[in-house]
Write a protein that binds this ligand. Structure first.
Ligand SMILES: *Cc1c(COP(=O)(O)O)cnc(C)c1O
Length: 495
């Protein structure tokens, strides 16, 4: 087995061990770390009896070769325990003509838990390996779900602090409440006056700020990220796509010769990139359907080959996808250009300076496996209603974007390949919009009352993590102008 190392997509920070890639999160040259090889799961047919943890073990150990087998096994055991409400971890549910891959059975009710419950173990392990006595500071921008999942994962973990930045008006009521009631002796939550992109930019700037990093280092801190720019998030996210496929194979929903389509509701391009990486690892995929909401910059990109960020962010009812700069697309560019770091660097420079970049037709041809679509608010609400009426199955607004885009795809192409939809969050996280779709409650019904009404109407129990959340004390109320983010962080770290 070739030993995996990591290179930056921008070519100046290369031959980095998995340990360092994990701890640093983002490369020194501002690029993202990518593995030099991809694991090939050659014996898929023999793996239908693998459980989720075993599959995770097989994949994760390949990408993080510095860890011993015992270490990886113990990380997995501690991450994927009864924090998840089903031993299956990510059940596949056949409803409304598609296969919903339920990724929301973890402690914070969104797919972010799948990787974020494992990440602290990998990071702490990596930090020990690098013989560092530094405290890890996790700095994370969130469009709503990463924040809570990261807070929950890192709370009270010795040797770490976690700072989460969220757009004050850009998350659902339940998402906000989940974050501002977060307990733990090392957690900090900051609302910013701005959108997700502002938060993400601030985080990227701080990572690239040599002076800031030096001061932090002298104080015994090393900065890292829990965003999907960290390879420690991306790799664990490949597991569930294999798992879904294997479940379908095992239950004879598929034959070994069949390919699947995968639909992913997309924001920062992390989750769908993980699916793309699966295709490089041997998962038989026909199409990867990239579903956007009205912030449809990726839809335009797949159609025209032009990525144009010169547009205003539109707040939608699928707020975790309200993103204009999809960071992980940089990793796709690197891949489809045959690892051309100079090209990637120029594209990113164009994006920064001109506000857009354009790829050649040749590169566009290399991403034919992708199909881009988008759904507006009307389509999204209708998808929730349709799926519920047709199959008595409740989906959240993000999953509904994916379902709606898939329906359009099916109508235009007639492609009847069996299709997996990544169901990325519990409908109870986005109660107001889900209730709007099903015509439950009134304008002045609070989100917390709506949770109860929704549960009554659908006979789905309220998920324990948000049960009585309205009675928990609010522990975080910092609100910050976007230009003051760096100072706010300095304050927290006392540097
Ligand atoms: C984060 C998130 C997304 C978008 O995932 P990306 O990896 O950013 O593309 C979609 N749905 C939900 C519910 C999310 O929390």
């Amino acid at each position: 087995m070739k030993n995996i190392i990591y290179n930056s997509t921008r070519g100046e920070d290369i031959n980095v061990s998995s340990i360092n890639a994990l701890v640093r999160g983002i490369a020194d040259d501002g690029g993202l770390y990518v593995p030099t090889h991809f694991y090939n799961i050659a014996d898929l047919n023999q793996m239908t009896n693998s459980d989720y943890k075993h599959l995770t073990y097989k994949i994760v150990k390949y990408y993080f070769p510095e860890f011993s087998e015992e270490e990886i096994l113990s990380y997995i055991k501690n991450a994927y325990d009864d924090k998840f409400d089903t031993p299956q971890m990510t059940p596949v549910v056949n409803k409304a003509g598609v296969y919903f891959l339920e990724l929301f059975h973890g402690p914070t009710l969104a797919f972010k838990d799948m990787a974020l419950t494992l990440l602290p173990h990998l990071l702490i392990g990596a930090s020990k390996r690098s013989n560092s006595s530094s405290k890890i500071v996790i700095l994370t921008a969130t469009s709503g779900d990463t924040g809570k999942a990261a807070l929950e994962a890192f709370k009270n973990i010795e040797g770490t602090k976690i700072i989460v930045l969220y757009p004050s008006e850009g998350v659902s009521e339940i998402q906000k409440r989940q974050m501002i009631t977060q307990e733990g002796n090392n957690v900090f939550v900051i609302a910013i006056k701005g959108c997700f992109d502002d938060a993400q930019n601030a985080v990227k700037q701080i990572f690239a700020d040599k002076e800031f990093n030096n001061i932090a280092k002298n104080k015994g801190y090393v900065l890292s990220s829990a965003n999907s720019i960290n390879i420690g998030r991306l790799i664990p996210q490949t597991v569930y796509y294999f798992y879904a496929y294997l479940q379908m194979l095992k239950t004879d929903k598929l034959t070994a010769e069949e390919k699947v389509n995968i639909v992913v509701p997309t924001g920062n391009f992390g989750n769908i990139l993980a699916a793309y990486y699966c295709t490089k690892m041997g998962l038989p995929v026909n199409k990867l359907i990239c579903a956007s909401n009205e912030n449809n910059v990726l839809y335009d990109f797949f159609r025209t080959g032009i990525y144009d960020k010169k547009r205003t962010l539109k707040p939608t009812i699928s707020p975790s996808m309200d993103i204009i700069i999809s960071s992980n697309l940089e990793r796709l560019l690197y891949d489809i250009s045959n690892e051309n770091a100079v090209l990637v660097k120029n594209m990113m420079k164009d994006l920064n300076e001109k506000g857009y970049y354009k790829i050649s037709d040749e590169l566009k041809d290399n991403m034919k496996i992708f199909y881009g679509g988008y759904a507006d608010e009307f389509d999204t609400l209708k998808a929730i209603e349709d799926v519920y009426n047709k199959s008595n199955y409740l989906i959240d607004t993000h999953t509904a974007v994916a379902y709606s885009v898939y329906k359009n795809y099916l109508n235009t192409t007639g492609d009847n390949t069996k299709t997996i939809i990544a169901a990325t969050a519990s409908p109870f996280k986005f109660t107001r919009s889900v209730c709007d779709a099903l015509k439950i409650g009134m304008k002045d019904t609070t989100d917390f009352e709506l949770v109860k009404l929704l549960s009554n109407k659908t006979a789905i129990p309220i998920p324990p993590p948000i049960h009585n959340i309205e009675t928990k004390p609010i522990l975080h109320d910092t609100l910050c102008e976007k230009n003051d983010i760096k100072d706010a962080i300095k304050n927290i770290l006392e540097i």
